[in-house]
Ligand binder design. Sequence first.
Ligand code: BGC
Ligand code: NOJ
Length: 808
Amino acid sequence: MRFGHFDDANREYVITTPKTPYPWINYLGTERFFSLISHQAGGYCFYRDARLRRLTRYRYNNTPTDAGGRIFYIREENGEYWCPSFMPVKKKLDRFECRHGLGTTKITGERGGVRAELLFFVPLGQTAEVHRVRLTNLGDRPRRLKLFSYVEWCLWNAHDDTTNFQRNFSTGEVEIDGSTLYHKTEYRERRNHYAFYHVNEKVSGFDTDRESFLGLYNGAHEPDAVARGESKNSVASGWAPIASHSLDVELAPGESKTFVFVLGYVENPPDAKWEKPGIIDKRRARELISAFATPEQVNQALDALRRYWDGLLGVYRLDSPDEKLNRMVNVWNQYQCMVTFNMSRSASYFETGIGRGMGFRDSNQDLLGFVHMVPERARERILDIAATQFPDGSAYHQYQPLTKRGNNEVGSGFNDDPLWLILGVAAYLKESGDWAFLNESVPFDNDPKRAAPLLEHLRRSFHHVLENLGPHGLPLIGRADWNDCLNLNCFSETPDESFQTTGNREGRTAESIFIAGMFVAIGPEYAELLERSGHAAEAAEARKHVARMERAVLEHGWDGEWFLRAYDFFGNKVGSRDNAEAQIFIEPQGYCVMAGIGVKEGLAQRALDAVKERLDTRYGIVLNNPPFTRYHVELGEISSYPPGYKENAGIFCHNNPWIMIAETVVGRGDRAFEYYKKIAPAYLEEISEIHRTEPYVYAQMIAGKDAVRHGEAKNSWLTGTAAWNFVAIAHHLLGVRPEYDGLRVSPCLGKELSEFSVTRRCRGATYRIRVTNRGGSTPRLKVGGKPIEGAIVPWAAAGQTVDVECEV
Ligand code: BGC
Ligand code: NOJ
């Protein structure tokens, strides 16, 4: 069942009922100021860091779900009131539509002859949400309406805001200046920032105190002020500061009126905070407000945002006969890659924005799907990430985006982390050719006194693996590898202990075949970087280590029909047919084959056949099988999940594309494309009632075959799934990806699409690639009509357009 449809021309998903199976959300903002917004305008916004600089409040795990956001109430002459976004008042609407687009959300509600269109976006370069509200009288009698706005302020630190009430209930402060309502909690002391909510019209009243506006025992569905038809003009002092305007709106038949609200964030220099004692200096706020004083200014900002996305999405464009594939590749997958790049795993409808900042491994992987759009931002991100590496090559697992400091609560010890940095840097260099990057000086552990060239960071990453090998010559797993839930040194018997940070045994025995696969896949990338930056001898040395690791995997990591997953603390096999539960895991099958291990021996094909036989389902490939049915103290969190969910045999969408890429490594494009279509959200639109999360973005997990609710997705948006599926489809199946000497064109996706074309911009030139596809995997290329050897189209000078024909 569908709950809307794609509007490809406008790059929007159009939701046609408020009653979607779960809140379907969008993100606003591109660089510093971000918002989450659901199809009913639920959600919140923050400046850079969802934990430390949150502007508005949102309550997770609430009933009804998705309560809290930007609320507009329309009060009719007879005292009835309703919300165009349906929630929270839930009065039946004559028409509802929500269009989630690229950085814009437009919600239209109609009732009793009044249309209200709410448009939300964060203009480029601004630290504000703009809410454009257009009311139209669709009937034939004049209307006298009242419009109320409502947002609830968060007291900045979202963690404190939800826990430290003994303080919070006394600190809230506001200021009122005509149609602008200021929130200035803690501005009197160490904060140099404040927020405001403004409307470009004279108000008939306002409220800044929640209890006055709603009534202490009322919810947002029955605000006292709206019911009475009059704001209370309340001035908050402590408790819960809010911002609500009321406006009298008279509309002749057919008439429309547009109001522009601005919800903004402002920082002042510490020595210029005050206009006079106790009164904030509002100049910067007024400047921001004046940029959106008229609907024309709003339209210009919208145009600029549209052009910005035209530019980004013009870098990789597919034209194929499969409209679902086109909309994934050209719009939604890339859009999600931008969002994961910006958010890492911090703020979604499944991540509170409090627990996690940017992840070391996550952000390195996220940029794989983003680097082509804005390479400079990927560059900057890599430098931030690398600065949280320790001198021994290990790394903080997470860091806060605001402070860029490593998160001590989580610490380090995830032994896959260092290798992802090499992969991220290689991706950036292939895209940009910016070799000077390797010489960029980057601190270790954010200490400028301990700075070294970026290449040195990669060296430490590589050697960190070599310095931490176990009894079989395979990498030690540490706290966990990519699979955060495989905690082989944890041994937790105590509830509330974190599986990831508790290490009850100091072991140097538990080894990961997955990290070994990574090492064999990413090691050659490192060797190539060395070689191309003038370190040939060191490169040769690195290749020897890679070859040795490959041998170790073949010797100790092959289980007979597939690759083993790990050796546990006691040296027992994990992911072996000798085990009663979890005999096979997906991760090593994907990464070892991507590394090319066992291809010439025919083992890779067998491992992938085992995946097909044991892990594949109609909704995607599960992580392991059979699932764990009881808690295994020696394995950790993975066995804490009920069978079929999350890392315990859920369809963990992040590693499905590894199998797709692996299938292309052994030339089986048909199978790769089949796997692709199983989890790509646009193909799941018709089963939205089962899938439940948004049909335009990937979710981290779809419940596996052993789960009670097989096919149901959770944790949409913030997942490495976005980047990896883009890499799989764009780079490997459609087969167009940058390499150091040119653009590789080597499609491998089976026979289904007999023709397609890809336009790729890279390093200033444009490549127009026409593919005639018979389902092979050895391409024949012509460049400018002339056949070339191999599959790499040499780089052209900036400004040139190159025509490429490919037969495969
Ligand atoms: C989840 C993992 C996640 C980890 C982060 C676990 O509960 O299952 O997917 O990576 O938490 O700490
Ligand atoms: C989600 C985490 O963000 C990611 O780092 C991890 O690799 C996966 N879960 C698998 O556990």
